[in-house]
Ligand binder design. Structure first.
Ligand SMILES: C[S@@+](CC[C@H](N)C(=O)[O-])C[C@H]1O[C@@H](n2cnc3c(N)ncnc32)[C@H](O)[C@@H]1O
Length: 242
């Protein structure tokens, strides 16, 4: 789910200069809707784009179209939309927005040939050995499990039922995986490399004091960014020369 938040953000953040191209694409494919019968509803659009994505080999075809349609209708997930909205005819503006975002999803962010996936448990012994051949790295970016164990019970039902809880539970103070990353990263980063982490609002202070008690890592918290609700949730940690 978070991944989709990131993808949507990326989609929505594409520089204006590229919009002309995409709008051109949207205009051409507008005809695809004319083959659909009846009013164009949210459910109809999800089904339509699921089919298109499947035909074009886009992963998570249904999830992709559901997130896009829900986003355009102002919701986080399709399932959290009021059922009346599933069948209500969409406005031309909503259709255009869905079209544009789905068009960008079709482009698959052009990352598929530029990513190498290494399956690795970063808490396992010797995991650094598998990563060292890729060093020195400029950046480590992570959305680790960071939920405080005591908060796990209060998670929204759609999160609990969708995500593997191991992907969320960060231990007593949400720091278990974060500290592993901070311990491992200096060995992989270049002399002034950076770590970017998505965390809980309590973590800026916790991470800062943890780093101060581990001066041997030569890492400092140099920046904290807020999320769209104004909560401090993104950390920039930087390595400095010993
Ligand atoms: C909060 S989820 C984020 C998933 C993904 N980045 C996203 O945005 O959807 C945390 C992820 O950390 C990864 N993870 C958890 N423990 C790990 C470990 N010990 N080693 C490597 N990855 C781990 C899992 O892939 C898990 O899904």
């Amino acid at each position: 789910m978070k991944l989709w938040g990131q993808i949507l953000w990326t989609l929505l953040s594409v520089p204006r200069g590229r919009r002309g191209v995409l709008q051109g694409w949207a205009f051409n494919s507008w005809k695809t809707y004319s083959s659909l019968t009846g009013p164009l509803s949210a459910t109809g659009m999800v089904n339509h784009w699921t089919r298109v994505f499947e035909e074009r080999g886009i992963p998570e075809a249904r999830e992709s179209s559901e997130y896009i349609v829900a986003h355009v209708l102002g919701a986080k997930t399709f399932q959290s939309l009021k059922p009346a909205l599933w069948t209500k005819p969409l406005t031309p503006q909503q259709l255009e927005c869905i079209q544009e975002l789905c068009g960008r999803r079709l482009q698959r962010l052009q990352l598929q040939d530029r990513i190498r996936i290494i399956h690795l448990d970063i808490t396992s012994e010797g995991c650094c050995t598998h990563l060292l051949p890729w060093s020195p790295l400029d950046l480590v970016v992570s959305n680790p499990p960071y939920i405080f164990r005591k908060d796990m019970e209060q998670l929204a039902p759609e999160i609990c039922s969708y995500e593997d809880l191991v992907a969320l539970d960060g231990g007593d103070e949400g720091m278990d995986i974060i500290t592993h990353i901070l311990t491992l990263a200096p060995q992989l980063l270049n002399a002034s490399g950076s770590i970017f982490l998505e965390v809980d609002p309590r973590h800026p202070e916790l991470v800062s004091s943890w780093l101060q008690s581990h001066p041997d890592l030569h890492l400092s918290l140099v920046g904290v960014r807020e999320d769209f609700c104004g909560r401090p949730r993104f950390l920039h940690v930087q390595k400095s020369a010993p």
